[in-house]
Structures are given as C-alpha cells and as structure tokens.
Design a protein around this ligand. Structure first.
Ligand SMILES: Nc1ncnc2c1ncn2[C@@H]1O[C@H](COP(=O)(O)OP(=O)(O)O)[C@@H](O)[C@H]1O
Ligand SMILES: [Mg+2]
Length: 278
C-alpha cells in the first residue's frame, strides 16, 4: 500500500487522568492521576498485572469511559467519546458473522457514505496488507482465530486512525499464532506509521513490540515506570534472546512481582510469583 492511513499526526496526551468505576458505595478509583505523552507514531505498551486498570485506561483514551479528573487529548483535541480516528481492537472478535470478510472490513467506509466499489477496493488493499489476499469472500466463521484478528486490524485501519488502541488482542491465540501476529503487527505498523497503544500483561510481548513500556501499578492504576526499549527495527527472533532483552525482562519481572506483593502480600516463592505473570 502506498498511501499512509493516518492523515494527522497522532500525538496522545494523558494528563492527571483518574477514572472511577462501580456504583454507590462500591465506587472506586481504578486509575489515579495518570500522566504521559506519546509522540506521533510511537509504539507504546501498557504493561501490568491483571486487574491493575489497563483496560480502563485504554477505554478512557478510546472515549468509552469518562474522566473523574484530568483527561486525554489526541493532537490537542480533548477526547469525549469514541471515534473511528481512535481504532480499538480487542481480544474477543467483533466481526459481523453474516458479512463476508471484505464487507466486514469495508463497513467503516459504508458508515461514512463511501460508494460500494471504492470501499471494496480499499478493503481489498487492507486485507492484502494483513496477509489475507484471497480470503475476501469468506465468512468470519471460516477463518482461524489469528486470521479473524487480522480482519479486526484491517477493519480498524480502514478508518485511517491516528492512533490504534489494542487491548490484549492476541491473548486468546496459541503461542505460535501469537508470535506470527506480533510480527505481522510490527510489519503493518512499519507501513501505516500510526501511533499504537497496546495493552498486555505479557512481559515478552511488551518488550518484543514496544518502543516504550509504561508499567502500571496495581489498584489504583498508576504509571510505575516508563521504560525505553532501545532496540532497532525491524526486530526478529534474535532480539528475544539478546542480553538487552533479558535485562529488560528482569526489570519488568521485578516490577510486576513488587506490584503483586504490594497487592496481595509476599507469599510463596518469588520466582514462582513472577512466573505467574509471564
Ligand atoms: N465496570 C466495572 N465495575 C466495577 N469494577 C470494574 C469494572 N470494570 C473493571 N473493574 C475492576 O477494575 C479494576 C481494573 O480493571 P481493568 O481495567 O479491566 O484491569 P486490567 O485490564 O488491567 O486487567 C479491576 O479490579 C476490575 O475488577
Ligand atoms: Mg484488561
């Protein structure tokens, strides 16, 4: 694909953002005064143990959850509600089962009033980008889990998002497929150059993918550490076994273990606890 889907920069600013969940006496702060800035085009992973508030924070940037304090901005526009320029990909599939793959991908353009021929042509281009040329006329049920996630990515990219928001998109896939999808995502990102905020609890995944990892603390969610990942690109399998990768992994494991102990108290073998998050 020759064109760049993002026609605007894609800088994300989160300032003093708190988010409250639950009702009445059960209401609590899931995210507490979080601030960070993501330059346009950066690939950031939000890493933290289950339940620390990653999805909540991403949901606020997507515009699905209101801020209790502060807010989030995309290119200096305050985020108030969901918009196609902030494309969201989840772990679970959201494809229309009764629509062919090409029409699932073209759907966002239909909503914008683009004609059928043009939207199908654009959908085909994106399906090619995610390695699904030849599968245009299949129905989602005819595709594997990994292929369905490729369709989900194409479906979001057709809206030319300035930022791609991903919430554990590969968590339900088997290890081999996950690895293929991680490489595919980096390849797609190197072409579309959109900003990415990718949520994961998987340390290896975060270090493999990201330019930068924001490690979150346990409830209430705060940014515990802002880690730069100094590896070049493209990245291959050798990065996963490099000394620098292992150094970063040890650092992330220590932070996660620390958060687990803070939340649940120190119990059992530290290595076993750290292992529970990998
Ligand atoms: N709608 C909700 N109402 C009340 N509590 C919630 C709701 N959604 C999530 N939670 C709780 O808020 C915390 C943060 O959730 P979440 O952002 O989903 O964490 P993560 O994505 O890091 O696993 C968790 O303790 C979760 O149980
Ligand atoms: Mg989550």
């Amino acid at each position: 694909m020759t064109e760049t889907p993002n026609d605007a920069p894609g800088r994300v600013d989160v300032r003093e953002l708190s988010i409250e969940l639950g009702a009445g006496a059960d209401r609590f702060r899931a995210v507490e005064r979080v601030s960070f800035a993501i330059p346009a085009g950066q690939f950031v992973c939000l890493l933290g143990p289950s339940g620390c508030g990653k999805s909540t924070l991403l949901g606020a940037v997507a515009g699905h959850l209101p801020a209790a304090t502060g807010g989030a901005w995309l290119d200096d526009e305050k985020i108030f509600g969901p918009a196609p320029e902030r494309g969201l990909v989840f772990q679970q599939h959201t494809l229309f089962p009764w629509k062919r793959v090409v029409d699932n991908v073209a759907f966002g353009l239909k909503m914008k009033g683009v004609g059928r021929a043009e939207r199908r042509a654009r959908a085909r281009e994106l399906l090619e980008l995610v390695g699904l040329a030849g599968f245009e006329d299949k129905y989602p049920v005819q595709l594997s889990g990994g292929m369905q996630q490729r369709v989900e990515i194409a479906r979001v990219l057709i809206n030319r998002p300035r930022v791609l928001l991903m919430d554990e998109p590969f968590a339900a896939l088997d290890a081999q497929t996950r690895w293929v999808m991680q490489q595919l995502l980096l390849d797609v990102w190197s072409r579309v150059k959109t900003t990415v905020v990718f949520v994961t609890h998987d340390i290896d995944e975060a270090i493999f993918l990201a330019d930068r990892i924001l490690v979150m603390s346990h409830r209430p969610g705060r940014i515990r550490e802002d880690l730069a990942i100094p590896a070049g690109r493209p990245r291959g399998q050798e990065w996963l076994t490099s000394d620098e990768f292992l150094r970063l992994k040890r650092r992330c494991m220590a932070l996660m273990r620390d958060e687990h102990e803070r939340a649940f108290g120190a119990r059992g073998e530290p290595a076993a606890l750290a292992g529970a998050f990998i």
